[in-house]
Ligand binder design. Structure first.
Ligand code: BGC
Ligand code: NOJ
Length: 840
């Protein structure tokens, strides 16, 4: 069953009923200010940091689902609706046009999620409502442009009540220290502008403003006055009374609500521009008037005045939206796809890249599954996310790399997370995730391949955020590389530390205490537990390190690195192969994990995908054997599960992985992030059909008509889909913030469709199903546009027969690392270059 459809022309997903199987959300904002916006106008917004600078409250993990948002209540005082939800207002009809929070019956409803904006349109009893919500490119605010249209034949006498609930305190206090919040809430009201200035009198120099561009009849800023103590958002006293209380909050729960009266003749429309903004003042200009006994200080409104003036007309809002549209058109023009398979084209060309930008902005901080409080920016996550957006915003990728690298420790290991506001490593979590350092090499290599900018390697970057420990970025990469080879275990494989990519394989944490964190309570470092996955990652990213050395004139270092890689591959061959697939790890007792010898957890996806990606076993049939085993033991129609058999019981020596019930999360869930590793690995074997199958199985657009089971947005990837051992096999969890976005984009764009940025140009090597007859791609790369068409009338899975570049035959590279491959040269001339690829 579907709950909407893709409008490919407008790049929108159109939701056609409000009761989606889970709130289906969008992200507003692409700079410093962001909003999470559900299909019923739920969600919240924040400036930079969802914990410290959250403007509005949101009730995570609550009943009912999706409580809190920017709500508009409408009251039609003619009250001729038979099903009026108003109990004590027999003559009036009251409803919420975004469906929630009143769950009002609507004559029509639609929510379009587009690129950085959302639009809800509905109608009830002859009154049409449209809400266009977005964050303008230039300002730190949400704009909600509301239009009411009288579609009936009678005059309408309408009351509009807006509603937001303010936060601007540490969002963690919402749950843990709310007794403090109850004493500190402060507001000011001037005309139509409601100012939320909690904590402004002490250590904040910023406040929030919620305003509308017309005069108001009344307002409320105190939640209890507006709602009534025992009411939910679905039954606000003020709306039911038809009158605001002009309440001024003092502590407790500050809110912002405007009351506007609108008279609409038949056919008439009225538009209102609501602005929810974040404003900052320099420390010495905080006040217009200082506080005195009994008289609170008056905040300096210069920044909010400017903001509200700027968006004081519908035309100004429209202009800002047009600018935003242009921004996205430009971004997405860098990589476009046209193909017969519309689902693939819309995902690869639009939604997958859009999601990559969201992971760039959010990392794993704020979604409908992540509270915006718990996790900062992940070292490993941010480096991998980069793979998905470096072609869109290379300059921003550059500074992101420098931020991440600054949280590396001098020995090459890294803080696992850092805080976006301070950009400092997070002490509570610390380091010890031994895959982390290698992802830095992966991210930097992707950046250099995209841009050719080797100067980044010379940037001076602190270690441990300490300037006095700064060295060049290249030295950071060297330390990453060396950390891996100097931290090996009894078999010569890399030590796993607290965990590798699989956060839940905690082989040095023996936790029998409820509530203890598996990740941070590594109770000892065995010096024994080893990871075959880290070895495979090393073998995959190592060659890029070698190339970087060679291209910066460091021949000796390149040779040293080459030897270390060869020796690591040797070790994997000796100690990392189980007969039919690659092993996963050795535990702290030296016992195998991911071996046929094991009772549960005999075979894992990660080491198999990555080892083949690294080219291990390609020459002797083991790569094929490994991927065949993956297909045989781990494959399902919804994707490849993480391991099999699932752990039936909790194993003290394995950590969090065995704490999940079979089929969920890291215990045999379909952990989508690692599926594209298998996709890429399949292309290394030239099996285009299988590669595309693994791509499709986790791709949300292909499961749109199965939305009841999958439950999450059909336009974005989810972190996890319940595996075959789970009761809810096929149900997805944790949409949006997942490394799946970046890696699927890499797998489809670079390895299936086969347009891959490499150090010297764009390597062309498609690997597709034989029945895919062709497609075209436009790719902006280092200052030029490549218009590429691929003709597969030969019906092959892999192999380029010929390439015409601007009408001339292109020769395959004769030597070097790309020998035998076709690499489009770097033009950098701002022109369009026509590339015709014939497979065969
Ligand atoms: C995993 C979660 C786990 C969390 C920390 C994440 O990477 O996906 O399953 O609970 O780390 O424990
Ligand atoms: C989600 C985490 O953000 C990521 O870092 C990790 O690799 C996966 N879970 C797997 O555990």
């Amino acid at each position: 069953m579907q709950y909407g459809y893709f409008d490919d022309k407008k790049r929108e997903y159109v939701i056609t009923r409000p009761d989606t199987p889970w709130p289906w959300i969008n992200y507003l904002g692409c700079g410093d200010f962001f909003g999470l916006f559900s299909n019923t106008s739920g969600g919240y917004c924040f400036f930079r940091d969802a914990r410290m600078l959250r403007l509005t409250r949101y009730r995570y993990n609550n009943v009912p689902q999706d409580s809190g948002g920017r709500y508009f209540y409408l009251r039609d005082n003619a009250g001729n609706s038979a099903d009026s939800q108003s109990v004590d207002n027999k003559s009036s009809d009251i409803w919420t046009p975004s469906w929630k929070p009143m769950k009002s019956e609507l004559d029509r409803y639609e929510c379009c999620h587009g690129m950085g904006y959302s639009r809800i349109s509905s109608a009830r009893n002859g009154l049409a409502f449209t809400q266009v919500s977005f964050v303008p490119l230039e300002d730190t605010c949400e704009i909600h442009k509301i239009t009411l249209t009288n579609e009936s034949k009678k005059d309408k006498n309408i009351d509009i009540f807006s509603f937001v609930e303010f936060c601007l305190w540490n969002a963690n206090d919402d749950m843990t220290n709310f007794q403090r919040n109850f004493s500190i809430g402060e507001v000011e009201v001037h005309g139509s502008a409601i100012y939320h200035k909690t904590e402004y009198r002490e250590r904040r120099n910023h406040y929030a403003v919620w305003s509308v561009n017309v005069p108001v009849t009344g307002f409320d800023t105190d939640r209890e006055s507006f709602l009534g103590l025992y009411n939910g958002f679905d039954r606000p006293d003020a709306v039911f009374a038809g009158k605001a209380n002009n309440s001024i909050a003092s502590g407790w729960a500050p809110i912002g609500s405007h009351h506007i009266k609108a008279r609409l003749a038949p056919g008439e429309s009225k538009t209102y521009v609501f602005v929810l903004g974040y404003c900052e003042n320099p420390e010495d200009q905080k006040w217009e008037k200082r506080a005195d006994y009994g008289v609170p200080g008056v905040i300096n409104k210069a920044p909010s005045d400017a903001l509200l003036k700027k968006y004081s007309s519908p035309e100004a809002a429209d202009k800002a939206l047009a600018d935003l549209n242009k921004y996205w058109d430009d971004l997405l023009s860098r990589f476009t796809v046209e193909a017969e398979d519309k689902k693939m084209a819309r995902m690869a060309g639009v939604w997958n890249q859009y999601q990559c930008m969201v992971t760039f902005n959010m990392s794993r901080s704020a979604s409908y599954f992540e509270s915006g409080i718990g996790r900062g920016m992940g070292f490993r996550d941010s480096n991998q996310d980069l793979l998905g957006f470096v072609h869109l915003v290379p300059e921003r990728a550059r500074s992101r790399i420098l931020d991440i690298a600054a949280t590396q420790f001098p020995d090459g290991s890294a803080y696992h997370q850092y805080q976006p506001l301070t950009k400092r490593g997070n002490n509570e979590v610390g380091g010890g995730f031994n895959d982390d350092p290698l992802w830095l090499i992966c991210g930097v290599a992707a950046y250099i391949k995209e841009t050719g900018d080797y100067s980044i390697l010379e940037e001076s970057v602190p270690f441990d955020n300490n300037e006095s420990l700064a060295d060049s970025l290249f030295i950071h990469l060297k330390r990453s590389f060396d950390y891996t080879i100097t931290h090996t275990g009894p078999h010569g494989l890399p030590l796993i530390g607290r965990a590798d990519w699989n956060d839940c394989l905690n082989l040095n944490c023996f936790s029998s205490t409820p509530g203890e964190s598996f990740q941070t309570t590594a109770n000892f470092e065995s010096g024994v537990a080893e990871s075959v996955l880290i070895a495979a990652i090393f073998a995959f990213v190592g060659p890029d390190y070698v190339e970087i050395c060679l291209r910066t004139g460091q021949q000796e270092e390149a040779e040293r690195a080459q030897k270390a890689i060869a020796s690591m591959i040797d070790t994997v061959n000796k100690h990392g192969w189980d007969g039919n697939w690659f092993l996963r790890a050795y535990d702290a007792h030296g016992k195998k994990i991911g071996s046929n010898e094991c009772e549960d957890g005999k075979i894992f996806i990660e080491s198999n995908g990555f080892a083949v990606m690294a080219g291990i076993g390609l020459d002797d049939g083991r790569a094929k054997k490994a991927l065949d085993s993956v297909k045989e033991h781990l494959d399902t129609p919804y994707g490849i599960v993480l391991q099999q058999p699932a752990y039936r019981e909790y194993h003290l020596e394995l950590g969090e992985i065995s704490s999940y019930p079979p089929g969920y999360k890291e215990n045999s869930g379909i952990f989508c992030h690692n599926n594209p590793w298998v996709t890429i690995a399949e292309t290394m074997l030239g099996r285009g059909g299988r590669a595309f199958e693994t791509y499709k199985n986790i791709c949300p657009a292909y499961r749109e008509d199965d939305s009841q089971l999958r439950r999450l947005e059909p336009y974005v990837y989810a972190q996890m889909v319940a595996g075959k051992d789970a009761a809810r096999f096929g149900e997805a969890k944790n949409s949006w913030l997942t490394g799946t976005a970046a890696w699927t984009f890499v797998s489809i764009s670079q390895y299936i469709l086969g347009v891959r940025p490499v150090f010297d140009g764009l390597l062309i090597n498609p690997c597709i199903p034989p029945d895919m007859k062709g497609y075209s791609i436009t790719r902006y790369f280092r200052g030029a546009d490549y218009h590429i068409t691929v003709d597969n009338s030969a019906g092959v899975e892999k192999g380029v027969k010929s390439i015409m570049l601007d009408g001339q035959h292109l020769k395959a590279c004769a030597e070097g690392i790309y020998a035998g491959s076709y690499v489009l040269p770097i033009f950098g001339d701002g022109k369009v270059h026509k590339v015709d690829v014939v497979m065969g």
